[in-house]
Ligand binder design. Structure first.
Ligand code: PMP
Length: 458
């Protein structure tokens, strides 16, 4: 037990000395002590299955021994910035990372957070194209910095101050919640229950969404643009997936207008989608810039922008410096994470265990009216809660909260997302097993059952 600093005192200090904008999860936030692989432990010795991986940052497992060992070794040697000297770690890491990316994505710039990486990606897009406007999806989260806040399009994160000059949003091709449902057109083992007009081989939902995208390009932005940024599967908004060929067609339209395409792989990268190492590969596209964060360091603060030689050179006209980005410590952590993903077979595990989980969760969707949609790919999963499948109205917050708190009390931690906070986000450390899934699904089942027994008859 943690005795020397009582919980009540922590709460008081939080109220007085820590920014109130940092909101915590649960009525009584967990007091964590330790993490090991897919598990977290609190000071009472309770164990939790972490299905949210510290907001998708823990890719290979909490305190993965390989990453911990590598970090400890480097900590004892050198960890200040080496950006003005040579140190082998950054070269080794850049070589390893770029070997996993297709041509021409071969030049790396290391930063410390996803916001910083997306900031830099926007900057490069503007410098390279000499255009200014950037398009993102509604419902996107690409960061909280002044630049990226313009791309972020979730009201909860907006602050009513001037931001995002030259940023426009476009309709989100969401086949569950959007106006055109696509019951066969998303790249997931589980399709929506919504009927749509797709016929064999032809996705009409995609056609409609592409028309909307063209509309944005034709009517809302200048004739030439700097770029378009999207995640392969939208993360904060609750694992929203687009029709299969949407991104491919959108990329082409953006390039026709002089823009470059940025894939935000902060959540979808490093094997999480299972079938591929990078999310963009699941859409059969090659972006001009990819941005990486969160899982790249398994919880260690590091991030990266990877781009082409030509785009990278746009930044070389003058100095652009980052004190901590690419420190020996970060590079050693990053390399150990890549090794762990390979040695532990985590991409394949994401695919196997993720598919298994999606199919198990789909059974709950079929059983419970309030489970509106189960979607995702690999271990990038969303479970959208609704009052009923016909209206798709978000389930009221108090009801979702109860299910969520119940899961926590039974030992399963789940993330939240979506514009109405209506979607459970399941993005665990990629070392999770099928046995863990059985446990989690049983817990979720129990919480849903309790909800059903309590809920007023509709
Ligand atoms: N992009 C995406 C897709 C994210 O989910 C986040 C963080 N939630 C960011 C960018 C910003 O990352 P950071 O919090 O490290 O600045």
């Amino acid at each position: 037990k943690y005795k020397s600093y009582p919980y009540e005192r922590m709460q008081k200090v939080r109220e007085q000395n820590i920014s109130p904008s940092l909101r915590m999860y649960y009525k009584k936030p967990l007091l964590l002590h330790q993490g090991h692989m897919q598990w977290l432990f609190d000071y009472e010795g309770r164990r939790y299955l972490d299905l949210f991986a510290g907001i998708v940052t823990v890719s290979v497992g909490h305190c993965h021994p390989k990453v911990t060992m590598a970090t400890q070794k480097q900590l004892a040697r050198l960890w200040h910035t080496t950006n003005i000297y040579m140190h082998p770690s950054i070269q080794e890491y850049a070589e390893k990372l770029t070997s996993l990316l297709p041509d021409p994505l071969k030049v790396v710039y290391l930063t410390n957070s996803g916001s910083e990486a997306n900031d830099l990606a926007m900057f490069m897009a503007r410098l390279y194209t000499r255009n200014f406007d950037i398009i993102s999806f509604r419902g996107a989260y690409h960061g909280g910095s002044p630049y990226t806040l313009g791309l972020t399009s979730i009201g909860l994160y907006k602050h009513g101050v001037a931001n995002g000059f030259g940023c426009s949003t476009t309709m989100l091709p969401d086949v569950f919640r959007g106006p055109w449902g696509g019951s066969r057109c998303r790249d997931s083992p589980v399709q929506t229950v919504r009927k749509c007009s797709c016929s064999e081989g032809v996705c009409h939902a995609n056609e409609q969404y592409i028309e909307q995208f063209k509309d944005t390009l034709n009517t809302s932005v200048p004739k030439t643009i700097a770029g378009f940024i999207a995640e392969p599967i939208q993360g904060v908004n609750g694992a929203v997936q687009y029709p299969r060929s949407f991104l491919k067609e959108a990329y082409q339209l953006v390039r026709e207008r002089g823009g470059i395409c940025i894939s935000d792989e902060v959540q979808t990268g490093f094997g999480r989608t299972g079938s591929h190492f990078w999310g963009f590969q699941t859409h059969d596209v090659v972006p001009d810039i990819v941005t990486l964060a969160k899982g790249i360091g398994n919880g260690f603060p590091m991030a990266a922008v990877v781009t082409t030689k030509e785009i990278a050179s746009s930044l070389a006209q003058n100095l652009h410096f980052n004190t901590f980005g690419g420190s020996p410590l970060a590079c050693v952590v990053g390399a150990a994470v890549l090794d762990a993903i390979e040695e532990d077979g985590l991409q394949k595990n994401s695919e196997d265990v993720g598919t298994y989980m999606l199919l198990e969760l789909a059974k709950l969707r079929d059983k419970f009216e309030v489970v509106g949609d189960v979607r995702g790919k690999g271990l990038m999963i969303g479970v959208e809660m609704v009052t009923d499948k016909d209206s798709r109205h978000p389930l009221p917050d108090e009801e979702i909260n109860q299910i969520w708190e119940d899961c926590k009390d039974m030992g399963v931690l789940i993330g939240r997302g979506g514009l109405y906070s209506q979607t459970f986000r399941i993005k665990p450390p990629m070392c999770i097993t099928k046995k863990d899934v059985d446990f989690a699904v049983e817990v979720f089942h129990t919480a849903l059952q309790r909800h059903m027994e309590k809920a007023p008859a509709k």
